[in-house]
Design a protein around this ligand. Structure first.
Ligand code: GDP
Length: 308
């Protein structure tokens, strides 16, 4: 229900641009394929993915009489294949932890990065809530030490969720907060430590060095940390967000994406572009501003909801 309504605007775009494009009994010609290609592009899925979808249609049905049902099945199949990539997205829809690479024993450390405003603080709260509800003991580390408001917001969330939070005074070294968070999580037997990081873009070079330093430091405190490095991306920025994200993904060695604000954007196709261009799976999606508005990302559900 929530996913379908979140994708409403993207579905509207698809519907407007491709409605009645494939009529039963007509010939699937190059004009139609080109028009369909344009329609897919308007959802922000990117030229490469759109071309792959169209190429599959051309190969299978080009120059032949159209059976709309077979066409849509083919389109869905191509998109699912792209989104599943190497098959790593085959997690259990009933288990919120299943997309995460958990430590074999002890505390699992999740590093979260992303540019200010994308919904990083909210996503951390949502994830903490998700994990707490799954009976995981969570410790938050308020590593965005440059934004007092972010620390306050995270503190408020931690009280609501009922999880621990580690913080230091404004302007502290984010790596020292990250280390302290891991330290407390380990000592208190927490299942998961979620490390917030700064997201200011003005000093990008420093920010990347900072992320690398956090990586080094927490790895010294907990073996294998971070076990998961999640990048938060804002779906409303569409493909523009991807180039910026690539820089983060290199510095933070990202293993997954949290895609926020999928509700209310017409650029839902960006999920496909992310998988195609970055090669990293979207693991969670944000579908609203409330604490419960985080879902596991499922390629099958996503594609079915998009074309339903
Ligand atoms: P940060 O600067 O990256 O930490 O961003 P915040 O977590 O403070 O979020 C910025 C704004 O985006 C807030 O108003 C959030 O409520 C909103 N937001 C975050 N995630 C979502 C989402 O999935 N959907 C919607 N509609 N809003 C979101």
């Amino acid at each position: 229900g929530k996913l379908k309504s979140a994708l409403k605007k993207t579905k509207d775009v698809l519907r407007t641009d491709v409605r009645d494009l494939f009529k039963a009994g007509e010939i699937l010609d190059e004009d139609k394929l080109e028009e369909f290609h344009r329609g897919l592009i308007t959802t922000d899925m990117g030229v490469e993915a759109a071309s792959e979808v169209v190429e599959s249609l051309r190969k299978e049905f080009g120059g032949r009489t159209v059976d709309p049902k077979a066409i849509w099945e083919n389109v869905k199949e191509t998109l699912k294949l792209i989104l599943k990539g190497d098959g790593s997205t085959d997690w259990d829809p009933d288990n919120p932890v299943s997309p995460l690479n958990m430590a074999e024993s002890g505390t699992t450390v999740i590093l979260v990065s992303g540019v200010n405003g994308v919904g990083k603080t909210t996503s951390i709260a949502k994830l903490a809530n998700f994990l707490t509800k799954a009976n995981k003991k969570v410790v938050l580390a308020a590593g965005d030490t440059f934004r007092a408001a972010a620390v306050e917001q995270l503190t408020m969330w931690s009280q609501r969720i009922g999880c621990e939070i580690v913080k230091k005074e404004e302007g502290s070294d984010p790596a020292s907060v990250a280390f302290a968070g891991c330290d407390q999580a380990d000592k208190n037997g927490a299942d998961v430590a979620i490390i917030d990081t700064a997201g200011r873009l003005q000093t990008q070079q420093n920010l990347m060095q900072e992320l690398e330093k956090i990586h080094r430091v927490i790895g010294k405190r907990i073996e294998g940390a971070p076990h998961e490095s999640l990048l938060v991306l804002d779906a409303t920025t569409g493909q523009n967000g991807i180039s910026q994200a690539s820089k983060f993904s290199a510095a933070a060695n990202c293993t997954g994406i949290i895609l926020t604000k999928l509700d209310g954007t017409a650029k839902g196709g960006v999920v496909v572009a992310i998988r195609k261009k970055m090669g990293i799976p979207v693991k969670y999606i944000g579908v609203g501003e409330q604490i419960d508005d985080l879902q596991l990302f499922s390629p099958d559900d996503f594609v079915e909801a998009l074309f339903e």
